[in-house]
Write a protein that binds this ligand. Structure first.
Ligand SMILES: C[S@@+](CC[C@H](N)C(=O)[O-])C[C@H]1O[C@@H](n2cnc3c(N)ncnc32)[C@H](O)[C@@H]1O
Length: 241
């Protein structure tokens, strides 16, 4: 077993952020990432947050949801299916700085019949035309430096009219070693095999989140940080009405 120091966040860069590849290659990586998401029950906490939101607030128009770092768009397709099942109107936008994400997510959503907009932009620079009710993200914040995670928390607090939700990995040795072996056995895309364990090493502990929220400068009252099995941490806020 290789030895890895997980006492603090890794700053090693991920291949998916740094290595230029063809559209087909990047899409294959996103498809495998969506398989991992499904196998790891990654959509559950996001849908549970949407349930909490509609219990806490009432709506007379579609809920404007922005998914930051939307990748293949699979989280938004899950929210779309949830809205349809629950009879709740949602207006869904994904923003991702990689143009291949917009193309792959648009194609997959059209094939699936989901009405979702995907935009290529740096999240911090994106201003949706109708504003944002809730900002969600999954596997996004670990791509950022500590300073940018705090900036992102402040950005979500400023932009999300009703609240925001972060769904990301827990930096844990069991998760690291399990995924390193499992992704090889499953023969996932080489980016997923390389970046998956690295993402866990770049991810967070509960105390990291306490520190990053404190340094964001927001009022932390009502911010909930929770461990969610298997090996995720969610950070959320729903504004009281
Ligand atoms: C690991 S993928 C996660 C994709 C998807 N949310 C999921 O759960 O599978 C992270 C995504 O964040 C995007 N990303 C990284 N930094 C970004 C930024 N500053 N603005 C927008 N997207 C960004 C990357 O291009 C990548 O598609």
């Amino acid at each position: 077993m290789i030895s890895i120091d997980l006492t603090s966040r890794s700053i090693r860069p991920e291949l998916m952020d740094t290595e230029p590849v063809t559209f087909e290659d990047f899409r294959a990586c996103l498809v495998d990432l969506s398989r991992v998401n499904r196998l790891a029950f990654a959509y559950r906490p996001t849908i549970a947050f949407m349930e909490r939101l509609v219990e806490a607030r009432s709506f007379d128009r579609p809920i404007e949801v922005l998914d930051v770092g939307s990748g293949y768009g699979d989280t938004l397709r899950e929210i779309s299916a949830w809205g349809a099942k629950r009879g709740i109107a949602v207006s869904l936008t994904g923003v991702d700085m990689n143009p291949w994400s917009e193309k792959a997510a648009t194609e997959a959503s059209q094939a699936n019949g989901a009405n979702i907009r995907f935009v290529t932009a740096d999240a911090f620079a994106y201003e949706p035309p109708n504003g944002i009710d809730v900002v969600v993200s999954s596997l996004f914040t670990h791509h950022l430096s500590d300073a940018d995670v705090s900036k992102f928390v402040a950005w979500m607090e400023a932009k999300g009219r009703l609240g925001w939700f972060v769904n990301d990995l827990h930096r844990h040795p069991v998760a690291y070693h399990f995924f390193r072996h499992a992704s090889k056995i499953a023969r996932f895309h080489r980016f997923v095999q390389h970046d998956g364990p690295l993402s866990i090493a770049r991810a967070f502990s509960l105390s990291d989140w306490a520190r990053l929220i404190a340094s964001s400068g927001i009022d932390a009252t009502g911010v909930d940080v929770a461990r969610v099995a298997p090996f995720r941490i969610t950070v959320s806020r729903i504004r009281p009405s």
